[in-house]
Design a binder for this molecule. Structure first.
Ligand SMILES: NC(=O)c1ccc[n+]([C@@H]2O[C@H](COP(=O)([O-])OP(=O)(O)OC[C@H]3O[C@@H](n4cnc5c(N)ncnc54)[C@H](O)[C@@H]3O)[C@@H](O)[C@H]2O)c1
Ligand SMILES: O=C(O)[C@H](O)COP(=O)(O)O
Length: 527
């Protein structure tokens, strides 16, 4: 088997290359290239490992027909066009915790640097000025820290601030009151935070809701003398408004690790008294860089070599604990989706996935993605688990999930129903020995079959002699039957026959089968 090829295109701890190689990938480390150089190179790679410098644009993705996974050694993925990567079936993963402590520590370091004006005091002292009386600081003890964003990094910052005997007011629409109590912070709305905080620190992603969250208007609502720290993303603070508020003496200090435009080689804020900045160093410690490099390489290699999915942003993750349980269900779901996809013609406005019994206790998202993958594979060769839900949405297909924890006839069951012009049609399957996918119902008829390889699907009138005739036809055409599965609505009624065959059935043989007495429909299927 050829080894997957991975390109590391941003500066990363060497442990990443070591892990890729140890886990069975060929790895090239080529950093600092222009977009044009990357476009010329990317075509041969299955994986791309990045930090924040490489911008993974549409043009790069279009030049990457083999690309299966992009791994971000870090948290923010705003440098990756995720919707476009998803549409191309490329998994995007990050390492959501590896640099959180380090970044939280940088925010605290900047808070102290602001409180005691350390950079300027250092510069003047080293310039021989000994400015003993020029730097009157403030204590942080007893002061209020306004935390905008109380996720991974925000909560570490809050814990450190509480340890420093500060009070913490947090604004985060997704922060539950219980979690706020657990964190020991006061949950408040943005206006309350702005009015109370002596220091404000930002820890949200940059989204339409958070862009310029510290706007001119909101800066005006802050306490006079407030100090602001941004170690999250440029664009959260309106830089021009911040400059005005600092010049007016309303904001006493600001520390930015991140800028709206990076690299920030010029800014009206540069040179402003009590303005401190660092060049996006939040994640730059040995510890964090080793963490994220090891983690991204392990995740990407696991995906490329074993199909494991961890920390993917555009695909349901499969934890080590869930994966063994979910994998046979995903195989079953994909086969059922493929079966209805192959047997259905015309537009399908709705696909419903119903899990029953043991299946209903599982994470439904990978099962749903697998059904859609199987269903849409019939119309697109490039569909996969990542892009299938997006493609379904683009096609206007409503996807419904239903769970029934109570067991029915089977201890575990997955049913896939599609709404068609002819009405609702459904197929259902179970797992034998919790591992082997089996079809158990096809359009209302009980039939037990393994969906595998080349198959022949026949609908006929239940009548004596039919099985002999079809067997003879296939035999005369040297087609060996592997399995033979029969079901019928009632004696003498509509019957279905699902045969697995050792070689594909030609259209000439399909035509002959259609001419057999009592035959209503004949189709070749492939799984
Ligand atoms: N400076 C650096 O080098 C550096 C390093 C690591 C992470 N980061 C950045 O720090 C940020 C936070 O990272 P994290 O790991 O804590 O992310 P996270 O996803 O764990 O937390 C983000 C929090 O922001 C909250 N949030 C979302 N929208 C909000 C809104 N409108 N108002 C208030 N809160 C909102 C979310 O509910 C969540 O709790 C990210 O932008 C990340 O890219 C920067
Ligand atoms: O989102 C992140 O992880 C940080 O912004 C770190 O970015 P970096 O890897 O480019 O230092």
């Amino acid at each position: 088997m050829t080894k997957p090829k991975v390109l590391v295109s941003d500066k990363m701890d060497p442990n990443a290359a070591r892990i890729f190689a140890e886990m069975g990938c060929d790895v090239d480390v080529i950093t600092g290239e222009t977009p044009e150089q990357l476009i010329a190179r990317i075509g041969e790679y299955d994986g791309l490992a990045i930090r924040s410098s490489t911008k993974v644009t549409k043009e790069i993705l279009d030049a990457a027909p083999n690309l299966k996974v992009i791994g971000r050694a870090g948290i923010g993925v705003d440098n990756v066009d995720i919707p476009y990567a998803s549409s191309k079936g490329v998994v995007v993963m990050n390492t959501p915790f590896g640099n959180s402590i380090t970044t939280a520590e940088h925010a605290i370091a900047l808070m102290f640097a602001l409180a005691r004006q350390i950079p300027e005091a250092n510069a003047q002292t080293q310039a021989g000025l000994w400015p003993k009386n020029g730097f009157m600081g403030v204590e942080v003890t007893g002061k209020t820290l306004g935390l905008i964003g109380a996720g991974n990094i925000g909560s570490i910052v809050a814990a450190r601030a509480l340890g420093l005997k500060m009070k913490v007011v947090a604004f985060d629409p997704f922060l539950t009151p219980e979690r706020a109590v657990e964190m020991g912070v006061e949950k408040g709305d943005l206006d309350t935070l702005l009015a109370k905080a002596d220091f404000i620190t930002l820890h949200t992603p940059l989204t339409e809701q958070t862009r310029n969250i510290l706007s001119k208007e909101n800066l005006a609502k802050t306490k006079k003398g407030v100090r602001i720290i941004n170690c999250a993303r440029g664009g959260l603070v309106d830089e021009a408004a911040l400059k005005e508020a600092m010049d007016a003496g309303h904001v006493a200090g600001a520390a930015l690790d991140v800028f709206e435009t990076e690299p920030a080689k010029a800014s009206p804020l540069f040179g402003t008294p009590n303005f401190i900045c660092t060049p996006h160093l939040g994640a730059s410690t040995n510890e964090a860089q080793v963490n994220v490099a090891l983690q991204v390489a392990e995740q990407m290699a696991d995906f490329l070599v074993n199909g494991g999915v961890t920390n993917a942003l555009n695909m349901p993750s499969l934890s080590a604990e869930e994966a063994p349980k979910l994998k046979p269900y995903m195989a079953l779901a994909e086969k059922l989706g493929s079966l209805v996809g192959q047997l259905t013609t015309g537009t399908v406005p709705r696909v419903s996935i119903h899990t029953e019994g043991a299946a209903a206790e599982l994470n439904a998202r990978p099962i749903v993605a697998a059904v859609l993958n199987g269903f849409l594979r019939v119309q697109s060769d490039t569909v996969n688990m990542v892009n299938a839900p997006f493609l379904a949405k683009d096609l206007g297909i409503e996807v419904r999930e239903v769970k029934t924890e109570r067991e029915g006839d089977y201890h575990t069951l997955v049913r896939v129903s599609v709404k068609t012009e002819a009405g609702e049609r459904s197929v259902a399957g179970t797992l034998f020995s919790n591992a082997e996918p089996r079809l158990v119902e096809l359009f209302g008829i009980k039939v037990e079959a393994e969906l595998t390889g080349d198959m022949l699907y026949i609908v006929n009138e239940d009548a004596p002699g039919f099985i002999g005739r079809i067997g003879t036809l296939l035999g005369e055409n040297s087609i060996n039957i592997g399995t033979f599965n029969l079901g019928r609505r009632e004696a003498g009624g509509e019957a279905v026959l699902l045969l697995s065959v050792d070689n594909p059935v030609t259209s000439a043989v399909l035509d002959q089968a259609r001419k057999l007495p009592g035959v209503k429909k004949v189709m070749a299927l492939k799984f």
